[in-house]
Design a protein around this ligand. Structure first.
Ligand code: 5AD
Ligand code: SF4
Length: 461
């Protein structure tokens, strides 16, 4: 076995060889949703082609990229404070390239260069494939560049470079959103909705499976409207993806309640590789607020769909997103959201205080609520949901679940951690036979609001 000293020597040698071959380092930080995680994978794919490897140390980096989120103001402010950390590094090493990608880049464009004089590059979500050329130009001419053009069609060169390193991967099946919910900036930052061709998606899934992936999550802002202009519908696409040899589990996010079809709901009965989890953002339990949000359904229409799904598949987990303190939301309307929460007993809820966003209609609605009202409602809702999430998790104690092992637990390195088909995190002491990527039967022994604990049953039990 190598001693620590010889390992260090080998590492140094490798590093010297990489430097000789012109390898450079990129520090990449990702904020926001799974769509951004997937974009970051694609950014790394393009950078790998021009000899960049990833580093976890900004001080080692030749290139720093922040892939940003602007869905709420808090997310946007996080980006500015993260960016501030790199000012000094840039002063020490003027050759360092600092770039901002993602939704804040798209939203702010040129303004970001003014705000951060040490920034070299701003590029939006439709411009990832231009990265090698943009970096070439910056290195050659020390130019400061902004690339935020939006294109109406998908350029397949933008996809397919994702290299999976683990047992699960995201696959974008579409881009953008046409819904223009009144609070949401996404249609502006990510542009109009366009679907990828099914053949390209299947090629990507096949390649991922060949590199060891067992679970894919198909990504879109509104996957239920996949197919407008493409060759197959969303349920048909799911069947095709589940049919790829070697794939074990298929997930998808996000479904829009107004577009979810019966065909999709019934597909869960036939296609057992579909994970038993659906994320179905409701946003509010008040019909007046839902109308103002432009969501296209009432609270009872939403509840009817959820109840149908639960009746057909009692083991299906349903999670949701909720916004509290939308402009004009009265205490009674907030109580309607609380009542919906109590009635539907979601497995998990992602809840947010309403945050006015540039360009959106709701930002100029009358009745913007003060921070203390919004934050008090959020607190009440989160307290109630913690109890519900715990109760739902307790229902699983004593049950056998199948866990796809992802690695060691974040809080306890002696335990393995993975997810069930119904998307619960399960931590358990592992027998050490198989590593990440294995499917393991675990008996649930303890429940917490956000995770479960379990044991691997002994043979024969
Ligand atoms: N304020 C608060 N939450 C928002 N979301 C989207 N826009 C806003 C906003 N302006 C939430 C919605 C969405 C989730 C991704 O973020 O709940 O489903
Ligand atoms: Fe935003 Fe509504 Fe589109 Fe979701 S469906 S991304 S909330 S506009």
């Amino acid at each position: 076995m190598d001693s620590p000293a010889s390992l260090k020597w080998k590492r140094d040698l490798l590093e010297m060889e990489q430097i000789k071959e012109g390898v450079k380092r990129v520090f990449l930080e990702t904020f926001g949703c799974q769509m951004n995680d997937n974009d970051s994978e694609r950014i790394l794919g393009f950078l790998k082609n021009i000899s960049y490897i990833r580093t976890s140390e900004p001080s080692d980096a030749d290139l720093i990229i922040l892939n940003t989120c602007s869905v709420r103001d808090k997310a946007e402010q996080k980006v500015y404070s993260a960016l501030g950390r790199f000012r000094e590094l840039k002063e020490e090493r003027p050759g360092l390239i600092v770039g901002v990608a993602g939704c804040v880049a798209q939203q702010e464009g040129q303004k970001l260069l003014k705000r951060a004089p040490y920034l070299d590059l701003v590029f939006g979500p439709h411009n990832i494939h231009k990265l090698p050329d943009l970096i070439g130009e910056i290195s050659e001419k020390r130019a400061r560049l902004v690339a935020v053009e939006q294109s109406a069609s998908i350029n397949e060169n933008e996809y397919g470079l994702v290299s999976a390193s683990g047992e699960k991967a995201y696959v974008s099946i579409m881009r953008g959103c046409d819904n223009f919910c009144s609070y949401c900036i996404v249609p502006y930052t990510r542009g109009r909705e366009v679907s990828r061709e099914s053949a390209d998606i299947l090629d990507e899934v096949t390649r991922l499976v060949e590199s060891g992936v067992q679970e894919v999550t198909l990504l879109g802002q509104n996957v239920n409207s996949y197919g407008a202009g493409a060759d197959v519908s969303f349920p048909e696409l799911l069947r095709l993806v589940a049919g790829v040899d070697g794939i074990k589990r298929v997930r998808f996010v996000t479904s829009h309640p107004k577009d979810i079809s019966e065909e999709l709901i019934y597909l869960f009965g036939e296609e057992l590789k579909l994970a038993r989890h659906m994320h179905l953002p409701v946003q509010s339990g008040s019909d007046r607020v839902l109308k103002e949000m432009g969501r296209g359904y009432t609270a009872s229409e939403y509840a009817t769909k959820v109840q149908l799904i639960k009746r057909l598949y009692p083991d299906m987990a349903i999670t949701t997103d909720i916004i509290v303190g939308f402009p004009g939301e009265t205490e009674a309307e907030f109580e309607e959201t609380m009542a919906l929460l109590m009635a539907l007993r979601f497995e998990n809820v992602f809840s947010f205080m309403y945050s006015p966003r540039p360009l959106t209609r709701a930002a100029s609605f009358v009745g913007q609520l003060p921070l203390d009202v919004r934050s008090e409602r959020l607190q009440r809702l989160q307290d109630a949901q913690r109890e519900i999430s715990l109760a739902r998790n307790l229902e699983l104690v004593g049950r056998r679940v199948e866990v796809l092992v992802e690695g060691t637990s974040k809080s306890d390195g002696s335990r393995f951690s993975g997810r069930t088909s119904c998307n619960r995190i399960v931590n358990f002491p592992y027998d050490g036979i198989n590593g990440p990527g294995a499917f393991v039967e675990v008996v649930v022994t303890e429940a917490y609001p956000n995770s479960l604990r379990g044991e691997v049953p002994q043979q024969g039990k």
